[in-house]
Design a protein around this ligand. Structure first.
Ligand code: UDX
Length: 450
């Protein structure tokens, strides 16, 4: 019998790498051999950050021409074409070499923003499936809008309304990048039996998963280290793919704080706030008078963002500012009671898995929709309101922190819901749970070649 060997192709972004590595660990637990193919920049940055990548996962890297990492100012189209050209060659070589070495690749899973992978897999007659690292809701909405807006195919907008009542702002957010999404769908269209793996779980997004069909959208999440979920493998307590160096002083600091007292603030792996926005957050934190842990990444030119803040000294007396941490470790610490987040999908899932109430300060792409899900559907947090100039004022941040951390009716309800999702997430990934079964079926199907 041929051993199942899946190649996972990652993109050089923290949110993607975390999901891909965790997915790899889950496959490995099911007895699958896994090789991760990713770009040199990710490997270099992981090595520089001293990331302890998990044992037993093979990493192969290729140069996509952006070996020092991709900056927001870089030409994304050029990156895409180089990543496709050089990545296709690297993947073909890897597939050929694996056959020669007697452990042939039997299937391919790829970050959905790399649709070129599907073509290479087809050339080698291998089954392939993309891993979608945002919510099933966003996938379904983008799918419906692509059919309606780009292909002028009527009817799907009705399902949009039933899944998710959209504001004008959200509609605009989704229209951006629809062409790229269509290319990703085109890659799938050529498949006889298309499957999209989604980092979510059935109970969390049942409506969105059903809208397109659960035979197409397969919920295999939440992709979070197992120590925080089923607890079966306590050593699996970090993603293992950090692109930035972690500061370690926060653990002892958190240990010294009372239960559920700390506000944790982070805006993900690449978005930076404007100085005025940071000043308002700082004001809100100072006025809330609660201990806080704030992640402010060092900028590309080496500048520390906190050095620009007018009230840095006062902040340092009340809380701790770090340049990077293990977010899952922080959120699982008993002293953390609230997460002020930009609502990236990974952060959203991590808040749910760890049962932490949230204050939502969404910025762009899927984040406004995730904030809406957190407030209106999952009911584990509140969204901030901007003033007439589009700024979230310090007073508003303080108000929202008090609402979710306080013991008023709203705060109690939010904390109750946060506990409920924590329980349901664990149920989904345990042996026999919905995501476990979905993944097992997927692996069996890969073995049969779809
Ligand atoms: C991007 C997009 O911005 C987001 O909208 C989309 O949903 C996913 O891709 P990013 O902004 O990095 O992601 O946010 P998020 O999805 O929340 O991922 C950040 C990851 O970095 C999380 O897994 C989080 O645990 C990790 N992280 C963040 C750390 O480990 N340490 C930190 O200090 C901050």
């Amino acid at each position: 019998m041929v051993h199942t060997h899946i190649v996972l192709i990652s993109a050089p972004f923290q949110g993607v790498i975390n999901s891909v590595i965790q997915f790899a660990k889950n496959l490995k637990r099911m007895g699958v051999k896994v090789t991760i193919l990713s770009s040199v920049s990710a490997q270099n940055r992981m090595a520089k950050a001293s990331s302890s990548t998990p044992d037993g996962l093979a990493f192969v890297s290729f140069s996509d021409g952006y070996d020092n990492g991709l900056e927001l100012s870089d030409n994304l189209e050029h990156f895409r074409s180089e990543n496709k050209r050089r990545g296709s060659k690297a993947l073909s070589e890897l597939i050929k070499a694996s056959s020669e070495e007697g452990c042939p690749v039997t299937g391919v899973v790829y970050a959905m923003l790399l649709p070129w992978v599907a073509e290479v897999a087809r050339e080698f007659k291998l089954p392939s499936a993309p891993l979608w690292i945002q919510s099933a809701t966003i996938f379904t909405l983008k799918f419906a809008m692509t059919l309606r807006v780009l292909l002028n195919y009527p009817g799907w907008e009705r399902s949009l309304v039933t899944i998710f009542p959209l504001s004008c702002f959200l509609l605009i957010t989704f229209s951006v990048g629809l062409q790229g999404f269509k290319e990703q769908l085109d890659a799938l269209n050529a498949e006889v039996n298309p499957k999209i793996l989604v980092n979510t779980f059935d109970a969390l997004e049942s409506k969105a998963l059903r809208a397109i069909g659960k035979q197409y959208l397969i919920a295999i999440g939440p992709l979070v280290p197992s120590a925080f979920l089923d607890g079966k493998d306590p050593s699996d307590n970090a993603f293992g793919g950090d692109l930035l160096q972690k500061s370690r002083d926060y653990v002892e600091w958190l240990d010294s704080k009372p239960q559920s007292s700390v506000v944790y603030i982070s805006f993900g792996s690449f978005f930076n706030l404007q100085l005025q926005e940071m000043e308002e957050i700082a004001r809100g934190l100072l006025e809330s008078n609660r201990p806080f842990l704030w992640v402010l990444r060092v900028l590309a030119d080496g500048e520390k963002q906190e050095d620009k803040l007018s009230c840095k000294e006062k902040l340092e007396k009340q809380g701790l500012i770090v340049s990077w941490c293990s977010q899952v470790e922080v959120l699982s610490h008993p002293s953390v009671g609230c997460f002020v987040t930009h609502c990236g999908w990974n952060s959203t899932l991590e808040s749910l898995v760890l049962g932490i109430p949230v204050v939502c300060l969404p910025q762009f792409t899927d984040q406004p929709a995730n904030a809406k899900l957190l407030e209106d559907e999952f009911k584990t947090g509140v969204r901030v309101t901007k003033n007439d100039e589009g700024i979230v004022e310090g007073d508003e941040i303080k108000r929202c922190i008090e609402l979710v951390m306080g013991d008023g009716e709203i705060g109690e309800e939010i904390k109750k819901n946060a506990k409920k999702w924590k329980y349901l997430a664990k149920e989904a990934v345990k042996e026999g749970g919905s995501s476990y079964k979905n993944l097992k079926t997927f692996v069996d199907e890969i073995e049969d070649g779809f």
